[in-house]
Design a protein around this ligand. Structure first.
Ligand code: SAM
Length: 516
């Protein structure tokens, strides 16, 4: 069919956000970044649980577990530069021929489409519309319907029949560049809109072929973006250290840190809800790590103030406080979790996992290492076909991060290290926040990072708050110390940013030696 083109979407940002980014990145570079953000990375990394197994054993297991054709395509290999990482290759974009006779069609929502681009099949809740008379076993072209500008409505409701009066709003929008491949229907149209979960379409000719290892190597290895693992490595935690991961769920970096410490010492992991904190405990158990203690705590209040008592208790089968009070909230959370599971996204969290609760925070100056992997606008995640944040959202997120950074500084021992990371390309949350730390906290300085694979920080004056301030900018030396992972660089990673700070004070090795 002529109206189906090669996959070539255009990523849209709010116009003010676009202008702001354009001033930082330049027009051409921003276009390249947007193009990369619409596509999945073709390099999938698995972090090996080095306390339990080796990269070579993981390669051997993959050889036994993956189907022969997948294995031949993805060529698993040990990462050449970073210990403990196994890399699998993806392929695409492939030019799919949609002209085959009798090909039917299915329209999915954006999130489902993005999951398919990452290698998933199509799950029932994400299907919005399909051709009339769709039968189980039919071949179907899969297309994404994007939300309309300024709205979360894409023009049709779930259950729409293509070509009917109800699909006119959808047909009025050009979606010819949003076809993501051909699959085989696993149910008829009637069943598709009657059931609530299950696989609707298995992808046979996806535009991108990304290997899926989910559920294959539980406890031995986990999917982790390369820059995320690098952030944990950059902290350089040593066995015996006391580390705090302030925003830790689901615990990818927490468990990487604990493994680097050979499970010796103490890793405190915080997140805002019991459910999230318990998910960290569940991952730590899966990885066989015992030095991690997860707490339900707002990291903005993580510092114990004079006169406050240290209180600590463990919670069995945690539920969110809001749930205890309000059964409607409990029901809504259950529905959300079930919906995610039905879409084949996150597995539902282990209901038996526990976490700690603490009425007050932790003693200031008591941590050798602090990780602040901050909640952020996530404008570096791939693939993403639409971003709806406004300039106001970007500014308020950066200001929230600065609040967390101020707490992080208080928690560090003199001589201790802080790693600050985000998965966004937004300079307001990255370079501008680094500038904030250096100018608000004279005892903090940027230090070099190992490993250092990313590019330098951006050059230019700070201007997220509106006016340009020529005096507020990182020096060339400071820009060279941070790592900015550009999604369109040859590393082909998500957009990510890492800064490492040290607080003036004695070298930590001296502190540890004098404690021995
Ligand atoms: C980027 S994610 C962390 C990902 C995690 N570090 C990993 O590698 O798996 C940010 C997390 O911060 C949590 N968060 C947001 N505000 C927080 C706060 N005030 N205190 C603690 N956690 C918070 C969110 O719930 C979210 O789980």
């Amino acid at each position: 069919m002529e109206s189906r083109k090669a996959f070539c979407p255009t990523l849209r940002f709010d116009p003010q956000v676009w202008d702001y980014f354009q001033r930082w990145f330049g027009s051409e570079n921003l276009q390249d970044i947007c193009k990369a953000l619409c596509r999945p990375s073709l390099s999938t990394s698995l972090r090996v649980n080095i306390l339990r197994t080796t990269p070579q054993d993981v390669l051997q297991k993959l050889g036994m577990l993956l189907p022969a054709n997948t294995l031949a395509d993805c060529q698993p290999a040990v990462h050449a530069g970073i210990d403990g990482i196994v890399v699998l290759k993806g392929m695409g974009p492939k030019t799919v021929d949609y002209s085959e006779e009798g090909l039917k069609e299915i329209v999915v929502d954006r999130k489902t489409g993005e999951a398919v681009l990452r290698g998933a099949d199509v799950f029932v809740p994400g299907v919005l519309a399909c051709s009339p008379g769709l039968s189980k076993g039919d071949r179907v072209a899969v297309c994404i319907a994007l939300e309309r500008p300024g709205s979360d409505w894409c023009g049709i409701t779930r259950g729409t029949v293509l070509g009917s009066d109800h699909s006119q709003a959808l047909d009025a929008v050009d979606r010819s560049s949003l076809y993501i491949g051909i699959g085989r229907a696993q149910m008829s149209r009637v069943e598709l809109f009657r059931v609530r979960q299950g696989v609707a379409v298995t992808m046979e000719d996806p535009v991108f072929r990304i290997p899926s290892c989910s559920g294959l190597l539980i406890g031995d290895a986990m999917l982790q973006n390369l820059p995320s693992f690098i952030a944990a490595k950059v902290l350089a935690p040593r066995p015996g250290w006391r580390v705090i991961d302030m925003c830790a769920a689901p615990g990818g970096k927490t468990t990487a840190i604990a493994a680097l410490m050979q499970d010796q010492g103490q890793v405190i992991a915080l997140d805002r809800t019991h459910r999230k904190a318990a998910s960290i405990t569940a991952l730590a158990c899966e990885m066989g790590l015992t030095c991690i203690n997860a707490y339900k705590m707002d990291a903005c209040h993580a510092v114990l103030h004079d006169g406050q008592l240290q209180q600590d208790s463990a919670i069995e089968n945690p539920v969110d406080t809001a749930e205890e009070i309000n059964p409607k909230v409990a029901k809504r959370n259950m529905r959300k979790a079930a919906a995610r599971a039905a879409r084949g996204l996150d597995p539902m969290e282990d209901p038996g996992a526990t976490c700690h609760t603490k009425a007050n925070g932790f003693t200031a100056g008591s941590f050798d290492g602090v990780l602040l992997d901050a909640p952020c606008t996530a404008l570096g995640l791939r693939p993403r076909l639409l971003h709806r944040q406004t300039m106001g959202d970007l500014i308020s997120t950066a200001s929230y991060q600065r609040k967390l950074l101020d707490v992080a500084v208080q928690l560090m021992k003199p001589g201790g290290s802080l790693v600050y990371s985000t998965c966004t390309i937004n300079p307001g949350e990255n370079e501008e926040n680094v500038w904030h730390v250096l100018h608000r906290h004279p005892k903090m300085r940027l230090v070099s990072q190992e490993p250092h694979l990313g590019g330098p920080g951006l050059a230019g004056p700070m201007h997220s708050g509106g006016g340009v301030n020529e005096d507020k900018r990182l020096t060339d030396e400071q820009r060279a110390l941070v790592q900015r992972f550009d999604p369109c660089s040859s590393l082909d990673t998500i957009g990510f940013f890492i800064a490492k700070f040290q607080k003036d004070g004695p070298e930590l090795s001296d502190v540890l030696d004098s404690n021995d």
